[in-house]
Design a binder for this molecule. Structure first.
Ligand code: DX5
Ligand code: ZN
Length: 217
């Protein structure tokens, strides 16, 4: 089993100092930065738009993993691509033409991801798997950091691993919500490739130790 990538979410950072959050993420040995975009409609919370991603892009060469929790994500992908996102993930629950949108993200030269909330089964996205670079499994109901992981969602990771193997595909499986020192082992064992971590990362005194622990090193 490969050690997963760790992607701290700046959702739990101090919003008055994102630049220092980036420094902490890189110093801790995490490879990706997870950027949670919320619109107050798809989820009951608001965060930030492409301007933040653009400004942070000048400060970091880490992989920027943008997670759009918005209605109408098709209207925002170009702005986030131009701002410097490396991967753009949208929710299939927010889109009718998900297949087209994955193609449009690829057309902008970016990795394309799809995400499902806890109530959406893997079967809903099966047809999309051959064209996705990333499948983000939400293990909490999206909108807020600091919630508890819903263990039933882990079965979806196992299902995705099986489908990937069976169909000879190469998408990465990322897991978002309630990933911390106590839950990381079961998330890794289920087969996750990317562990997203918000509150546990920014609360940790020793962030490098936490990242190592999440990776299972
Ligand atoms: C939740 C976000 C997550 C969140 C995870 O809607 O998509 O990325 O930041 O936070 P924790 O790790 O605190 O559950
Ligand atoms: Zn997220």
């Amino acid at each position: 089993m490969k050690n997963p990538i760790v992607a701290p979410s700046v959702l739990s950072a101090d919003f008055s100092n994102f630049a220092s959050a980036l420094i902490e993420i890189e110093a801790a040995g995490a490879e990706w930065v997870h950027l949670d975009v919320m619109d107050g409609h798809f989820v009951p919370n608001l965060t930030f738009g492409p301007k933040l991603v653009e400004d942070l892009r000048h400060q970091s060469s880490a992989v920027f993993d943008v997670h759009l929790m918005v209605e109408g994500p098709e209207n925002l992908i170009e702005a986030f691509a131009k701002a410097g996102a490396d991967a753009i993930t949208f929710h299939v629950e927010a889109v009718v033409h998900s297949h087209r949108l994955l193609g449009a993200i690829h057309g902008l030269g970016k990795k394309a991801g799809i995400s499902i909330v806890p109530s959406t089964p893997v079967s809903y996205i099966e047809e999309l798997l051959p064209v996705a670079d990333l499948v983000l499994v939400m293990t909490v109901n999206p909108g807020f950091g600091g919630q508890e992981l819903i263990p039933q969602c882990l079965e979806k990771i196992r299902t995705l691993v099986r489908l990937r193997e069976k169909q000879g595909l190469h998408f990465l499986i990322s897991v978002d919500g309630g990933v911390n020192e106590s839950t990381a082992a079961m998330v890794r064992e289920a087969g996750a490739d990317v562990l997203i971590t918000g509150s546990s990362f920014f609360k940790a005194q020793d962030k490098a130790r936490l990242v190592g622990h999440l990776k299972g090193i």
